[in-house]
Write a protein that binds this ligand. Sequence first.
Ligand code: ATP
Ligand code: MG
Length: 392
Amino acid sequence: MISQDVVLVRYGEITLKDSWTRQNWERILAGNIAFSLKRAGVEHRMERGEGRIFVHTSDLLASEIIARVFGVVSASPAQTVASDLDEISRAAVELALLKKPDSFAIRPRRSGVSFSSEQIGRVVGDAVRIATGSLVDLDRPEMEIYVEARRGRSFIFTDIVKGVGGLPLGSQGTMLVLISGGIDSPVAAWMMMKRGCPVVLLHFDSRPYADAIEQCTRCSEVLAEWTSGRKIDFITIPISRGIEKIAAHYPKATCVLCRRLMYRIATEVMEIKECLGVVTGYSMGQVASQTADNILAEQAAVGVPVFHPLISLDKTEIVDLARKVGTYGITEETKSCTAVPKKPMTRAKRDEILRAEEVLGLREMAKDLVKEMIVTRIGQKDIADQDKSNWI
Ligand code: ATP
Ligand code: MG
């Protein structure tokens, strides 16, 4: 095991931004990392620069925690040494002696030092080869030793922990995610969080047709584990009165009209909670009601952006993501809505649906129902409570 004193944090797309955006997003990312570490009780000091965040800590849990922060491409627990070929060689030899691999490769990078990458490879490689008797194999080595030589200090490491990727949470606008208690919608929420959007979760309580309050609450708690300290608002609004009226008048179009009612209510909630878009767990053709015709009819003239981040994913891909997020086990047993007709409409006609919406007065109903919303704040401490004193 390396005697780690720092974790090198790499972030991808942020480095492509103009300097203002870049600085702003780096600051958000660093804040999110600091909070996540603090919450896990990991002592650390943070430093930014040279296209990296350096987290000074000897806690071996740090790199795994950092890798789960949105925006992080990878993290490497590393040892710091002077930018001197003898020092670098000594550290590399120590590392190699711990593992005594049959073969190894030195992976050098440099900036602001007088020696070349080729020199690092040769000098450090010779030292390791002589000390351990291992063979150099640049193509398929048993052990890779990375050297990043920089002005004033160098870093030696062997592991690159893959990060979750995406953009720092809080770098984009807030989304209102419709969650139903099934497998898909919490994954959709996570996907938007991964692209930097804080989320507000909205569940339409459809009891007695369906009951998923418990599952939705637990999913909100799991999603709050990914927010680096931001709380998540979990909102419930009863919708059964609407379903009852729709099903009595337009039984075949129940799902499409119910969805229009949901979008109408969501539009109201968006204003109240200052969200910039609505998100669903739709996947094209997954069930009879999730067809292109229906999506068109459901969203026509709704007037706000509706995002479907899972639209092109297969069920197996969504299930894999749900496992990664941690919501799979919770949503597995959610029962389907009993208001769904035996043969749900799959090719809704936009004009007919818009007329039905008028006849039923869904817009007015939405304004009434939104008054019944209940907001629960889920999560731990606020990001504002974060102690920033550990910066260097
Ligand atoms: P999930 O998408 O959660 O796995 P599902 O596939 O059973 O559930 P559908 O009933 O087909 O979902 O609904 C598709 C999408 O509509 C959901 O992903 C969710 O975004 C939204 N939705 C459905 N029912 C509700 C509800 N009761 N409250 C909030 N949103 C809902
Ligand atoms: Mg679904």
